[in-house]
Design a protein around this ligand. Sequence first.
Ligand SMILES: *Cc1c(COP(=O)(O)O)cnc(C)c1O
Length: 365
Amino acid sequence: MHPYSGVLEVNLTALRHNWRVLQRRFCGAECGAVVKANAYGLGVVPVVGALAAEGCQNFFVANYAEAIEIKPFVAVNANIYVLQGCPAGMELGFQDAGLIPVLISKTMVERWCQHARPGAARCALKVNTGMNRLGLSASELLQCVANRDLWCDAVPIALMSHLACAEEVGHSMNDVQLQRFDEALRGVRRYFPAITASLANTAALFLDRRWHFDLARPGIGLYGGQSAMPGVEALREVVTLRLPVIQVQTIGVGESIGYGGTFCAQREMRVAVVRGGYADGVMRSLSNKAYGWWRGAIPMVGRVSMDSCAFDITDVALSEQPEEGDMIEVLGPNCSLVAQSSRAGTISYEVLTRLGERLQKHYVE
Ligand SMILES: *Cc1c(COP(=O)(O)O)cnc(C)c1O
């Protein structure tokens, strides 16, 4: 019997394949990897280990704690970029650890430069090109780079921006942001001609090469969660989630299933109840909408509970009915992450990052 809520299998071979596809097929120059939020919930240490072994040299995390966690597992000359920059008072800590903050405001740039120690203060600059989330405005950026006094010891090595609508091929925002980024880059290169340009997330790598620039920052595509775009079929599923059956019920016509009685049996049914509910990341919005897989697709019936949910197995051949201890796939080759996320009314990013602590993680090569 399985002591865990379920088993989350992370296929590191598929992960490495995905990074190679993104690197070789799409990138003009370098392909990094975004491993923030515990590598989108999959476990940052094994993920970073696998990507480093594949040759990845540029890692992106959200904050200092995430950067420190991966540092022992990347090559000594690898770059660790911290996407939310350097909080006030952390400048020396960042420099001691050799981290590269992505500076997102004029005050953050000034603070970084004031605290810069010679040879230790590499940084990236983020320009806001229209997403209006983080970044310096174009004019603040130019003021900063033109101010030679700022850059005695600090060294900007990369200019970054982030696309808001990259998943929508042909969206006018993509052109607007590309044009603004190009312009900002031309301005910055008057002062720092060798600066690396980084714009593309996963989706932007499936736009044409004009959006790729020097250093790409894919996240979700590595983990098999990029939604449909031309070319995306070259990426593989990475995650399989299987939940153990804890009871099989036979219920009569007119009986309902689960909280709220939201599913009502129109025929005599066999129902497999599995261990794993919304506390494990099986999103409650999947109630009556998801499919599991056991010798074929089996519909979820009733609401997702905290620790369990149920599947209709009436149509599975009698000789093949699942029993207590059998594992029902809810994400994986037969239940694609993207399709299941869309049934949950959300995106694969949220489904992955919610996968719970009670799941046992297996890493397979
Ligand atoms: C999360 C993030 C990425 C990765 O985006 P994906 O869509 O997962 O490829 C890239 N750049 C920035 C700034 C991010 O925050």
